[in-house]
Design a binder for this molecule. Structure first.
Ligand code: AMP
Length: 121
């Protein structure tokens, strides 16, 4: 499986602002934040896209969500709200092919991603 920039972050070959780590996951600040708080939560095991998730990896996927939940609570966004997103494939905007949850918070966030203007284009 092709190595991505996230493997280099896991292996500490390139720097990242790591906010959480355990045996199976890592969370760090997105280099190009799209909200006042923008974290990425990744499994250490390389899985390219949602399409590549195996049935025996369900627990790992659930773990990423509990990490997101705990980080949001620690940062005080559990009540005000936050968004957790995983893009799958190019049309969804996935650019790094190592699955990751985006955790976005800190201000009211826009929705939907497919606007009326885009529908007319
Ligand atoms: P996606 O477009 O859903 O695949 O998200 C990939 C995310 O990874 C983008 O939000 C990028 O800004 C972020 N990213 C890419 N390289 C790095 C890096 N070296 N450190 C932190 N975040 C990164």
């Amino acid at each position: 499986m092709a190595e991505t920039i996230f493997d280099k972050i896991i292996n500490r070959e390139i720097p990242a602002d790591v906010v959480y780590e355990d045996d199976i996951s890592l969370a760090f600040k997105d280099i190009n934040p799209q909200a006042p708080v923008h974290l990425l939560i990744i499994p250490k095991q390389q899985i390219a896209t949602i399409n590549d998730i195996q049935d025996d990896q369900k627990e790992l996927l659930g773990h990423l969500f509990t990490v997101a939940r705990d980080l949001a609570k620690e940062m005080g966004f559990d009540e005000t709200g936050y968004r957790v997103v995983m893009n799958c494939g190019e049309q969804a905007g996935q650019s790094v092919f190592h699955i990751h949850l985006h955790l976005l918070a800190g201000k009211p966030l826009g929705w939907p991603p497919y606007t009326d203007k885009m529908k007319q284009a």
